[in-house]
Design a protein around this ligand. Structure first.
Ligand SMILES: Cc1ncc(C[n+]2csc(CCOP(=O)(O)OP(=O)(O)O)c2C)c(N)n1
Length: 336
């Protein structure tokens, strides 16, 4: 992967995983304060190879293999970022983030407020997340709601190669801590063309992937794939679905969602995380608070079960699929 990556401003055609790698390459090349740390990120190029080639190009002082100790990774990133560096820390799987949470929640997230703006933590903590690759519990969880509940943290989830590239660049440049959750089920699922030109995407807006007038489908991460497939299937039956990729979970761009739902009158939210107390619940609450009178049907949620991620034989029961989305749309469309 590394040889192909050059600072060329050229059109590239990559999978999401390579887009992550390209964005880090770009920013390390253009900002000497950007450093990478994590388990096996150096010589091995990361558990999924997201950091492939970085150590060879930028050296061991900027690409640091850490011990297997997530608390240390979180603490180092906080210390580095308050002292002028821009660390990009990798947690191998999001389920291993919890020992680092003390540093994220009690320090990174509060630093700017605690020091009245004297210090900030411009750090990114990247973690592959979500199910669908036949790995158990810690390796498959969706933790976006947990992270989004912490004031002071941004939470960003890309769903395509181009958005991974642009959003990660924005996350690295942001002056505050960003949890960047990478939907590993779609790490290599499809390629997309985009310019490798260092251009960041906004961290404060949703992306409308498909315009439609009959119903609004809201999703993020790997579930975007099934949501778009559902929209295609609906089009064949004459139902015109709008698809919104939330992308920046926190802060949440409700404006885009509300404008869409006010127009369509119907809303289905699709996510892989367990249904209760989730980001979908927050969106549903705000839709009912702010555009109740525009709704023609109750908001529907298609989500994971309120259980641990099952072992791989049963994983497909847990993950929302196209049929689940179509059933929720059907329910919504039947309401007058
Ligand atoms: C807390 C935690 N963080 C990360 C991992 C992911 N992980 C699985 S094996 C492994 C490497 C372990 O290396 P080492 O301790 O040298 O053992 P060996 O190479 O003999 O498997 C890592 C980081 C994990 N299982 N648990």
């Amino acid at each position: 992967m590394a040889e192909a990556i050059q600072d060329t401003h050229e059109l590239v055609d990559t999978v999401l995983l390579e887009a992550v790698n390209l964005a880090i390459h770009w920013e390390m090349q253009h900002d000497e304060n950007v450093v990478v740390l994590g388990e096996d990120v150096g010589s091995n190029g990361g558990v999924f190879r997201a950091t492939d080639g970085l150590k060879q190009k930028f050296g061991f002082k900027r690409v640091m293999d850490t011990p297997l100790a997530e608390a240390l990774i979180g603490g180092l990133a906080v210390g580095m970022s308050t002292q002028g560096l821009r660390p990009i820390a990798e947690i191998q799987f999001s389920g291993f983030i919890f020992p680092a949470l003390e540093h994220l929640m009690c320090h990174a997230a509060r630093m700017r407020n605690r020091t009245r703006g004297r210090l900030s933590c411009p750090m990114v903590l990247r973690a592959p997340y979500g199910g669908g690759i036949h790995a158990p519990e810690h390796h498959s969880e969706s933790i976006e709601a947990l992270m989004a509940h912490i004031p002071g943290l941004r939470v960003v989830i890309p769903s395509s190669p181009a958005r991974a590239y642009g959003l990660l660049l924005a996350a690295i440049r942001d002056p505050d801590p960003v949890i960047f959750l990478e939907p590993k089920r779609v790490y290599r699922s499809s390629k997309q063309s985009y310019e490798n030109n260092g251009e960041a995407l906004p961290l404060d807006s949703c992306f409308t992937l498909r315009q439609g007038k009959d119903i609004t489908l809201v999703s993020w991460g790997a579930s975007i794939a099934e949501t778009l497939q559902a929209a295609d299937a609906l089009a064949e039956h004459g139902i015109d679905a709008e698809v919104i990729d939330v992308a920046s979970i926190k802060p949440l761009d409700m404006q885009t969602i509300l404008i869409s739902v006010a127009r369509t009158g119907r809303c289905v939210i699709v996510h892989e995380a367990a249904k209760s107390f989730a980001v979908g619940a927050e969106i549903a609450a705000q839709v009912s608070e702010k555009c109740f009178l525009n709704l023609q049907a109750p908001v529907q949620r298609v989500a994971g079960f309120d259980t641990h991620m099952p072992y791989f034989q049963n994983e497909h029961y847990y993950m929302p699929n196209v049929q689940d989305i179509l059933a929720a749309v059907d329910k919504s469309m039947k309401e007058e």
